[in-house]
Design a protein around this ligand. Structure first.
Ligand code: GCU
Length: 336
């Protein structure tokens, strides 16, 4: 091969290499996601695989997809952004954009919301969803606006029950027991009405409160009892279903107000869809959590309808205390 041919081949090889590099670069560029216009945090105090966290991830994915990658929501679970009440406070100033919190915590700031978590007001899960998915639920989502928050959707948290280190078969068994409650006056009063001493303890600290012997019992739904491993330290679970406290998905109004009407509509729609997703997961998790706890040797105590009525009667005093001026709506909810 003469020198001329060798040079042609060398030059052609260099060009081929350059071309390959350019093509590779372009392919890589195309693969890269566009930079989002907004990146928001979402606070969740449950663990990674809990139904509400999976609902939050679903919500974040939907929003990302439907805004063409312009809005990215980063879900921080396990209370990485603080306790529910700390999160709510920060959201008022836009420090955190989104969250899912227990209605009990929000009602501490918006007392009119308490009516939705009164003991024994829903006869079943279906009854609660009729209320929350109807005009009443919408009105209460809007109410969050009074506190610098925008209510997006309702997630499921089932029914709450007592669990303890000593068995609770009847109201009298609660006499003198120290029972952990959420940081909520209503919850504290409900437990006090049964003759127990309420101890307000943040969710993440309940397990160690049991371990240290600071409490004799607590109350929560099956998935929380299982997910937080409370079944290891409180082995009696009494199915009294004293209250159904829904979860509420919220957005800081500081953030909401800076979004376009189209983005708001997209977020609202994704929130509602994520709620339906969460409710399906919830139904499965309620069963599997109970099974896990039972397989670990806990004792489940089912109350007779007469005994359940005694729990209801003992707790009914809180209606007057917390729903003064809301008796109409309370009646409407109960008969909805
Ligand atoms: C439920 C709820 C949590 C809440 C907890 C509690 O598990 O999902 O958000 O913190 O109750 O009892 O504190």
């Amino acid at each position: 091969m003469n020198i001329r041919w060798k040079s042609i081949i060398a030059i052609a090889s260099v060009f081929a290499l350059i071309l390959a590099i350019v093509i590779a670069f372009e392919i890589n560029e195309k693969k890269k996601e566009p930079d989002p216009e907004y990146v928001f945090f979402y606070a969740e105090n449950q663990s990674e695989n809990y139904p509400t966290t999976l609902g939050a991830n679903y919500f974040a994915d939907l929003v990302y997809e439907r805004t063409g990658g312009r809005i990215k929501i980063l879900v921080k679970y396990d209370a990485q952004l603080g306790s529910e009440s700390e999160v709510i406070k920060q959201m008022r100033y836009g420090g955190i954009a989104f969250a899912r919190v227990s209605l009990s915590q929000l009602a501490e700031y918006i007392p009119d919301m308490n009516v939705l978590q009164m003991p024994y007001i829903y006869s079943s899960s279906e009854h609660m969803w009729r209320v929350l998915d109807g005009e009443i639920g919408d009105e209460f989502l809007e109410m969050a606006g009074d506190y610098g928050l925008t209510g997006l959707s309702w997630y499921d948290a089932g029914a709450r029950n007592f669990y303890s280190t000593k068995p609770i078969y009847k109201v009298e068994d609660l006499q003198g027991m120290t029972i952990r409650v959420q940081e909520s006056e209503v919850m504290a009063d409900m437990v006090a009405a049964l003759g127990a001493h309420p101890a307000k303890i943040v969710y993440s600290e309940v397990y160690s409160a049991f371990e240290q012997g600071l409490v004799d019992g607590a109350e929560n739904n099956w998935p929380s009892y299982e997910s937080m491993k409370h079944y290891k330290v409180a082995t009696y679970y009494t199915v009294d279903e004293h209250t159904r406290v829904p979860e509420i998905q919220i957005c800081s109004s500081v953030v909401w107000d800076m979004l376009s009407a189209t983005d708001r509509a997209t977020i609202m729609e994704c929130a509602k869809e994520s709620a339906l997703y969460e409710r399906r997961l919830w139904a499965e998790r309620e069963k599997s959590s109970r099974l896990t706890a039972e397989q670990n040797g806990i004792t489940v105590i089912e109350l007779s309808s007469e005994e359940k009525q005694r729990f209801r009667d003992a707790m009914s005093g809180v209606y007057n205390k917390y729903c003064k001026g809301q008796m109409d709506i309370l009646g409407k909810i109960m008969n909805y």
